[in-house]
Design a binder for this molecule. Sequence first.
Ligand code: G6P
Length: 612
Amino acid sequence: MCGIVGYTGHRQAYPVILKGLKRLEYRGYDSSGVALLHNQNLQVHKKKGKVADLEETLIGKNLEAQIGIGHTRWATHGEPSDRNAHPHLSSGGEIAMIHNGIIENYALIKQELVNKGYSFTSDTDTEVLLNFIEDIKKNNECSLEDAVRIALKRVTGAYCILLIEQSNPDTIIAARKGSPLVIGIGKGEHFLASDASPIIEYTKEVVYVNDYELAIVKPDELILKNLGNEKITPFITKLDMELAAIEKGGYEHFMLKEIFEQPNTIFDCLRGRLDAKEGMIRMSGVDLNIEAINKANRIMIVACGTSWHAGLVAEYIIEELCRIPVEVEYASEFRYRNPIIHPGDIIIAISQSGETADTLVALEKAKEKGAFIFGVVNAVGSSIARISNAGAYTHAGPEIGVASTKAFTGQLAVLMMVALNIAINKGTITQERYKELLVELEAVPEKAQAILKNANELKVIAEKYKDAHDFLFLGRGYNFPIALEGALKLKEISYIHAEGYPAAEMKHGPIALVDENLPVVFIATQDVYHEKIVSNMQEIKARKGKIISIITEGDKTSPTLSDDCFSIPPADEIIAPILSVIPLQLLSYYVGIAKGTDVDKPRNLAKSVTVE
Ligand code: G6P
């Protein structure tokens, strides 16, 4: 949540920052702003709304500067407004700061500052921290760097902050705890950002700043220190990402591009790991830790949002194939209760961004208690990837659309391989079944392609139901979590209320909602439950509900009960969820388009939720 960008070097800072903010808009788009420093003149511009609104207000202005910072906000403290937008200026007007995170003890610090005569122009915790820093600087007659260090020792909460000051023409001071920060190293220039997307155009050499580290960044110099003022040698990583991966590539929206990328992203995820011909899966994260995994009495899965749905699918698959009990936890609940964790327990952490605050803190707590963390993460080098003891990347590439699509199918592919790998090692699956499932998994990219060819059918269905006020999504077994994911996607993108339910459980409540105005989406692909789900369709039909069903090609029964059908290629029931979710992603996309919503940046949401 909130995207931050900074630049110091020989280029004009504003265009670099503006482009960077546009790339980071998935992190929040309530307001944005920039602070630019030139000839001791510190100018701040900010605007409620999207980065494009800020850009428009700055047309024709003199924005000359070779150092600057910029921010795109997801509001926490204070409504979205020009006033609450970042950067904030200190009371003396000499320091500008941007912040991603939440300062939890801001009220106490604010009171202290108010008692000293400070007044505030915004409702933000950020302005409090900034004036606190300014106050320390004044009182101690110290440098900005020292003042930041002293202030951060008193602060609780999460932050990534960037500061520039009038009297220091080329230096950005940055610090992080809990919110991400990457520094790109160029020739005579440095780039700072919440993730690498604003940086890759200029350099592939980056440093991921760790918690409790402070960076002093000048065009020719990067100094990293801990909060104890000791120097740390920056660890330079080479980015494995191309610019094309973060551009729309001819698609109208990132979401559509990412849905259509899935045959390739799933293939990339399987590549080098799955070898159906040889009958094997190679995953070093599992192979090197197989003893620990085999000994585990249970597996806990911790995640949020769409990643949590991937965890639910994994629960069904791991229990079926590996015979290990699995519990799936919302990270936000897990972190605050007192979960029973024994040394050696396995926790699978699932996260696209690798930065979700709730997931990260839950893992830190579990790790302290001796759990072994296996990360299933998309963003390479992210905090969750780094805190994990082992793991497997999903290799879906940067996901920019706020609603997760290709990361989800990547997570499912990884989790299926993990389950198969454990099962064959534990001996809980026969060689024959194992090989059969490898062949099935290998065929997924091609089948995903076949589904996408018929995307237009879903556009027609979307047009037909776009004005509904509610939707119900029903599935059983492996497809129950897919019903939840279908409902979540529709809510996120179209703002239509939607609920996902296990199809049989529908009788215990949601059936009361059914009438001729309620579209009910059945995920009714061929599996052991098929006859049962057909009975559930009958129950809806008897009450005049409108039935949209996602079925397996060749199914003769479901179409007779459905108002609209979409067929997907036949697949083993364990593998089917990776395919059955794709039509639901397309359905929400097209409903969103038909309703005119901003599908890449749905209201109130953010992609990377770095606050709790
Ligand atoms: C946000 C995003 C969701 C995502 C969830 C978990 O709510 O909008 O798309 O599923 O966070 O994020 P993670 O990066 O941990 O998978």
